[in-house]
Design a protein around this ligand. Structure first.
Ligand code: WTA
Length: 650
């Protein structure tokens, strides 16, 4: 019997707890509640203090926040330059010879780039942009592999006040032209090609294709990386290395208004037309700089930081480019896939550069689980002292695996919840303070307000609900490019006065937050609102399972029936019935999948999120909808083939 309608029912309760070690705590930047208390007392003052202490201003601000829902302005009367904060001031502080990037190419080539070299490259490239007619306020598209020039291009845009719009190098020419057209970009920066899985993939030819259906691009700058054959359009296209050779070495960083547009980043998530998310200068920089420092407990003199995201995603923007460089970090940047030339590439790189902090996605962790712990055992990972995750809920068993096999049971894990829209981390442990629970992102960071509400918008103090943000934060999106109506409707209309993130979550009796996935994915089985995440985590807690995706498919009896797609750990097998019983035992008979399909892979977005919408289409025998964000379309056709061969009765 269901007496009241819950937004989402909470089914599973994880009991294991992991406090930071005494040693970690003793050396941590934050090891007590003081920051939380400061943020609670006055979140504006909290952010203003960090904006003053961690950011260099050309003209200091006097106003902290002007808030006219849904529009925020942070530090609006100050001026500053983001590239100055990331580069010049590091060099002025004596970090010129410090390594900014250890870059590792997929074929095994490598480069070491110091802060002084990066500053030099960025100044020259800023002059290249100017020579090609780019001015403050223009938009520049970037379509590059994971090479240092991607960071150079972004920082050069920031230096002269042009907004960048980075499009992930794995996206198609159609996605690229859509984004160029929406942003009305004047310049495109691309490469001949990049390395992926032992081969060169073409970028310039894709860009040429995209440019057939755009009208605003005046020039294309081409970085030489793949050495693959390309065609150059005279008058329009220029080689990066040639333009750089002619460029002046000095380009002073121009102070920008605090609310000047820093970048657009298009997000389609798992559904819908891409939205050009707008991020501005001062608030964004303050947010990513502060959160990088505290969440990673970052020590510039000793840490080697590695975030495995692509710069084409917000994680790459905030925690490869802006947050780390503004903190003077030394980083690893890797061009290719984790299984080239073999399944131990990631661990080999950690050992080679003695990485101390590692930040990756749950989807990657589940893949490493699938490949097996023997790959990690080949390498010395003892340099690691902190590990983190982002992008999806992490299943408790994947967390435990990460803790033991990557973290050696000594590294705190920070499970960081945030979005392209939030700009930086919002809900995450502070590693020297928080007692973690596997699968929980724990608490909002200091200065951040997050609450759950039910269908009617009433606050939920325990159990499942919709995740909302209650106070403006400096890294928040300032809107959707060209569509402020959609901005208000998508994020600020469903619950008055609150930002609606689109995610479900639950609060346990200790006040810990557990993310439960996108609310569009919540299933309704006989009136119970069940999160896909909890059923997936129950499946992944079986020792044979590496990864699972769960969807609700229409069902005459129960409204929706739970259908599961399961990937096994390599070399292991398990019976469908055994898994069903396992779920019943873990979280209750109501959550037992009606059908389970075994599959070597799951359909994922190019950033690694499971696309449950497509699995729903498959489960309900529909033609699958929009697949432009799908990483590998063959996965879906294989599942469709199997579904059509499977009898539909249990
Ligand atoms: C999901 C990535 C659970 C969530 C930075 C969010 C997470 C969406 C977590 C944003 C996490 C991200 N636990 N879910 N730690 N981190 N998500 O825009 O659904 O690519 O709304 O930003 O990813 O994805 P985006």
């Amino acid at each position: 019997m269901v007496d009241e309608v819950h937004a989402i029912d909470a089914l599973s309760y994880e009991q294991r707890t992991f406090p930071p070690s005494t040693e970690f705590k003793a050396n941590a930047i934050v090891s007590d509640q003081s920051l939380y208390l400061e943020g609670e007392r006055d979140f504006e003052a909290y952010w203003a203090r960090h904006a003053r202490e961690l950011i260099s201003w050309a003209q200091p601000f006097t106003k902290t926040l002007e808030w006219d829902l849904p529009y925020a302005e942070w530090f609006s009367d100050g001026t500053l330059n983001v590239s100055y904060n990331c580069l010049d001031r590091q060099v002025l502080a004596g970090r010129g010879d410090k390594v900014a990037f250890y870059w590792e190419g997929e074929p095994g080539d490598s480069r070491v780039i110091t802060y002084l070299q990066l500053l030099d490259e960025v100044q020259r490239f800023a002059n290249v942009l100017k020579n090609l007619g780019i001015k403050k306020g223009d938009r520049v598209n970037i379509y590059l592999p994971m090479i240092p020039e991607a960071a150079v291009a972004m920082l050069a845009c920031a230096r002269i006040g042009a907004a960048h719009s980075v499009v992930f190098g794995g996206f198609s020419s159609q996605s690229l032209s859509d984004r160029i057209n929406d942003a009305e970009a004047k310049l495109l920066i691309t490469a001949d090609g990049g390395w992926r899985r032992g081969e060169v993939f073409p970028l310039k030819s894709q860009a040429d294709e995209a440019l057939k259906s755009t009208t605003t691009i005046e020039h294309v700058v081409v970085v030489k990386r793949g050495n693959n054959e390309i065609s150059m359009t005279p008058g329009r296209d220029v080689w990066y290395h040639e333009a750089m050779a002619d460029a002046d070495a000095v380009c002073d960083a121009e102070p920008m208004e605090a609310e000047h547009l820093l970048f657009l980043l298009y997000t389609s998530g798992t559904t819908g037309k891409p939205k050009g998310i707008m991020h501005t200068t001062a608030g964004y920089l303050t947010h990513v700089t502060t959160t990088f420092k505290y969440a990673f407990d970052h020590k510039p003199d000793t840490d080697i930081f590695w975030c495995t995201a692509d710069v084409g995603w917000v994680t790459g923007h905030s925690y490869i480019v802006y947050g780390p460089l503004a903190n003077g970090a030394t980083q690893i940047m890797y061009e290719g896939v984790p299984n080239f030339p073999a399944n131990d590439r990631i661990w080999q790189i950690i050992e080679k550069y003695k990485a101390t902090i590692f930040y990756t996605a749950p989807t990657a962790i589940r893949t490493y689980m699938k490949w097996g712990a023997q790959e990690l055992a080949k390498h010395d990972l003892s340099s690691l002292r902190l590990i983190g995750t982002v992008g999806e809920p992490i299943n408790p068993e994947a967390w435990i695996w990460y803790n033991e096999n990557v973290g050696g049971s000594r590294c705190p894990i920070i499970d960081t919840w945030w979005q392209t829209e939030t700009g930086g981390m919002m809900i995450t442990p502070l590693p020297g303070v928080t007692v973690t629970k596997p699968g929980s992102a724990t608490f909002p960071l200091p200065g951040i307000g997050a609450e759950l509400v039910d269908e009617q918008g009433n606050r939920v103090l325990s159990g499942g609900g919709y995740l909302t943000l209650t106070t403006p934060w400096p890294g928040m999106l300032r809107g959707i490019w060209g569509d402020q109506k959609r901005y208000r409707e998508t994020y600020w209309s469903r619950f008055p006065g609150r930002y609606f993130a689109g995610d479900g979550a639950k609060l346990d009796s200790d006040g810990y937050l557990w993310l439960l996935g996108r609310v569009d994915d919540v299933m309704n089985v006989s009136g119970h609102r069940i999160s896909t995440t909890e059923v997936e985590s129950a499946l992944v807690s079986h020792p044979s399972v590496a990864e699972a995706a769960v969807v609700g498919a229409n069902d005459a009896m129960t409204g929706q029936a739970i259908i599961a797609y399961v990937t096994l750990r390599s070399g292991l097998e398990v019976d469908e019935k055994v898994l069903r019983e396992h779920v019943a035992k873990e979280i209750g008979p109501i959550a037992k999948p009606k059908m389970i399909f075994f599959t070597p892979d799951l359909p994922k977005t190019r950033s690694g999120k499971i696309m449950r919408r497509l699995l729903r289409d498959v489960a309900e025998g529909r033609n699958i909808g929009d697949t432009t964000t799908l990483a590998d379309a063959s996965v879906v056709s294989e599942l469709q083939r199997r579904a059509s061969e499977t009898p539909t009765e249990d």
